[in-house]
Ligand binder design. Structure first.
Ligand code: SF4
Length: 274
């Protein structure tokens, strides 16, 4: 696997983007990826699914907690986590929303930008598996991502571009096959260094951002959930199938949202190298 040393002291962000975009165009000529022909206009959550959604999420978290991994993490600080969970649960919506961005533990997008300047904080950048390309060499329903800069699929992948744009230090990219996977990952990071601040930027369907916000608030992390477009899951049935790897449709990060995400990654990377 080859990785670009993208943000070495001699490489500017502009150089990185220019070089990435050129390589992407060449790769597209050689191996065009399957794409959505039409962007479907789907509601974020159907009315039926939206009923009692918090209870549905809680049941899902408990029932699918294989090996009681989430529970064991929870029991390390049951009073603290229990209190924070109840506070979030009772607050109604566990996030503030600004367009496609769901803010957890934050009042505004500029609060998020300020957090990115904290070099000691760990920046967790997560991607829902459903917007990996169908041709992904690491497999679609998987936490893997080889992000090989010589591979024609990775060269065209927004996930690969974003990860290669991250600063090496204090960044933690993660591919998300299931809700429990990201939950465990975040708990592991938190318990590894309890004093370290965690800031996250995670892509997901609107329904997932709504369903699992209380759990992020429970562990006291701050960040942004980015709403995906395309063939999203907007019913509980579709979500359940997706969590088992059955996801025939492709979700997408819209162009304006991609730009915004890369803007944040750039800001963070430049702060880390400054
Ligand atoms: S960069 Fe994209 S295509 Fe390549 S392994 Fe990662 S997710 Fe798959």
């Amino acid at each position: 696997m080859t990785r670009l040393n993208l943000l070495s002291q001699k490489t500017t962000w502009e150089d990185f983007e220019r070089s990435w975009d050129e390589r992407e165009k060449e790769a597209e000529k050689e191996l065009p990826l399957k794409k959505l022909k039409v962007l479907p206009d789907m509601v974020g959550i159907t009315k039926e699914t939206a009923k009692n959604l918090k209870w549905k999420s809680l049941l899902w978290m408990i029932r699918k907690d294989r090996g009681f991994r989430i529970l064991r993490h929870f029991l390390k600080h049951p009073f603290k986590y229990g209190k924070q969970f109840l506070k979030s649960w009772r607050s109604g919506k566990p996030f503030k929303r600004e367009g496609d961005y769901f803010l957890y533990g934050l009042n505004s997008l500029s609060d998020f930008e300020s957090l990115l300047l904290d070099k000691e904080a760990l920046f967790v950048v997560g991607f829902s598996y459903c917007h990996k390309p169908f041709e992904c060499p690491s497999g679609r329903f998987s936490a893997g991502c080889i992000r090989d800069t010589t591979h024609n699929v990775c060269k065209q992948c927004f996930i690969g571009k974003t990860i290669h744009g991250l600063a090496k230090e204090n960044s933690h990219p993660v591919l998300i096959p299931t809700v429990h996977h990201i939950g465990n990952e975040l708990f592991d990071l938190l318990h590894e260094k309890p004093d370290r601040k965690i800031v996250f930027l995670i892509t997901a369907c609107e329904m997932t951002l709504e369903m699992f916000g209380d759990y992020g608030n429970m562990i006291g992390i701050q960040g942004i959930g980015v709403r995906l477009g395309g063939r999203i899951c907007n019913t509980l049935q579709a979500f359940k199938l997706s969590e088992e790897g059955v996801k025939p449709g492709l979700t997408v990060v819209l162009d304006a949202t991609k730009e915004k995400m890369l803007h944040w990654v750039r800001k963070r990377s430049e702060a880390m190298s400054g």
